[in-house]
Design a protein around this ligand. Structure first.
Ligand code: C2E
Ligand code: MG
Ligand code: MG
Length: 404
């Protein structure tokens, strides 16, 4: 974690900043005056300095001047805190080589955004200046992502997350028969973040366990809401991460959410990927069989991109095969893709599996899939993933794939 030095003579302000940064998992060092601050800057070489300008004896301008003359501290990002927004004050600070300033009182978001901007810029500079152009530890952006993810889960109680639903349509009838739940994270500091960015991080930090549990819980509640609302039965698919899937007690967790919402298990489908299964085939098969015997559906997601475990497919307890959108993109014109997709659909049908084509974007792709008797389609051609309320609207209007 980046180390931040806070030089501030007002105890209340200093403590406040310390609390805030520690809650974000930054490493902090504090100094109550300019002299101690300067000393700590030289001995500790922090990653960033936050410094009050108005201090008795050695003030912020003095600290900054001294730092900029010492080669070991000259490049440390320096943000000054000022109570005044007088132009001349910040001009003086910036002229002395400060990187940014914040006017007191400031909000948490202002402080964090100033810090992260500086850390990121500094890391980029370091990358350019280092001979190999490499830095080994993760970038400030990744660090901020990790801090924010941690907070969104542990402190903000998942409020920044929302589950979107993307319709899955029966190609023959044109009707919506299912939906895939897709997680979105609207971070207060970072804006909208897609799962391809934060799921790997959630996995590497273990945060995927509480996050995945939250998704499963919410999807089960949503299935109940839609059912109670009289919306015709829909299968809702949930993506699983390998860590959740291999967690002891995972099956019990699923059963518990089904039970407390009084659901029929076959309206819940769990999406696994080939690589998740191949990590430990026997144990995966055991878990999948148990889930399937309870009535829960199992889909293989992103099929074709993983281990190409065609041989295993016949031994796997699954209901649905989802062909990865890589194969579907331009499937009507790309001869290799059309040959593969055709074979995949046929093979899946021989194994009594339903086939969903992912990422269908054009009429030509849809037409090809229809000719091959592919069961279901999912993709922007019909609808993007939608917030629950919007998905509900298209259900209620009986939106159909074909308008004739
Ligand atoms: P996925 O399960 O393969 O989900 C399909 C992805 O394709 C989604 O991306 C969806 O928005 C996108 N997509 C759908 N139709 C089209 C199309 O026509 N064209 C294109 N270009 N893209 C389309 P998204 O929502 O960004 O999710 C990415 C991945 O993140 C998902 O891939 C899934 O592996 C993972 N993910 C999403 N939500 C969760 C979750 O709750 N838990 C876990 N563990 N993983 C999740
Ligand atoms: Mg999926
Ligand atoms: Mg997929």
């Amino acid at each position: 974690m980046p180390k931040i030095l806070i030089i501030e003579d007002e105890e209340a302000v200093r403590e406040n900043i310390l609390d805030l940064l520690e809650a974000e998992n930054f490493e902090t060092i504090a100094a109550a005056n300019g002299r101690i601050g300067l000393h700590l800057a030289i001995s500790e070489v922090p990653d960033l300095i936050l410094c009050d300008m108005m201090m008795p004896q050695l003030d912020g301008y003095g600290v900054l001047t001294a730092l900029r003359q010492d080669p070991s501290t000259v490049t440390i990002p320096f943000i000054f805190l000022t109570a005044k927004s007088a132009k001349s004050d910040f001009r003086q600070g910036m002229n002395l080589g400060a990187d940014d300033y914040i006017t007191k009182p400031f909000t948490r978001a202002e402080l964090l955004s100033a810090i992260m901007n500086r850390l990121e810029k500094h890391a980029t500079l370091k990358r350019y200046l280092s001979p190999k152009g490499l830095i080994n530890n993760s970038s400030p952006k990744m660090q901020l992502l990790e801090i924010s993810l941690h907070r969104a889960i542990k402190q903000h109680n998942f409020e920044e997350f929302e589950i979107y639903y993307q319709p899955i349509v029966d190609i023959a009838s044109g009707k919506i028969v299912a939906a895939e739940s897709l997680l979105r994270w609207q971070s207060l500091e970072l804006g909208l973040i897609y799962p391809t960015e934060f799921i790997p991080l959630a996995e590497s930090t273990g945060l995927i366990v509480p996050l995945g549990k939250w998704v499963l819980k919410n999807v089960c509640q949503q299935i109940k809401v839609w059912r109670d609302f009289g919306i015709y039965p829909l299968i809702i698919a949930v993506n699983l991460s390998v860590i959740e899937f291999n967690q002891p007690g995972f099956i019990e967790k699923v059963v518990n959410f089904i039970d407390i919402n009084g659901l029929e298990p076959h309206y819940l489908e769990l999406e696994l990927t080939e690589s998740m299964i191949m990590q430990d085939v026997n144990s995966a098969i055991a878990t999948m069989s148990k889930l399937q015997s309870l009535g829960v559906k199992i889909a293989i997601d992103d099929f074709g991109t993983g281990y190409s475990s065609l041989i295993y497919l016949k031994n796997l307890p699954i209901n649905t095969l989802k062909i990865d959108r890589y194969f579907i993109h331009n499937v009507a014109t790309d001869l290799q893709k059309s040959a593969i997709t055709k074979a995949l659909i046929q093979m899946a049908h021989n194994l009594n599996l339903d086939v969903v084509a992912e990422g269908v974007e054009t009429e030509a792709e849809l037409e090809f899939l229809r000719q091959q008797n592919c069961n279901f389609m999912q993709g922007f051609l019909f609808s993007r993933p939608l917030p629950a309320a919007e998905f509900e609207k298209i259900l209620l209007t009986n939106k159909c794939l074909y308008i004739d």
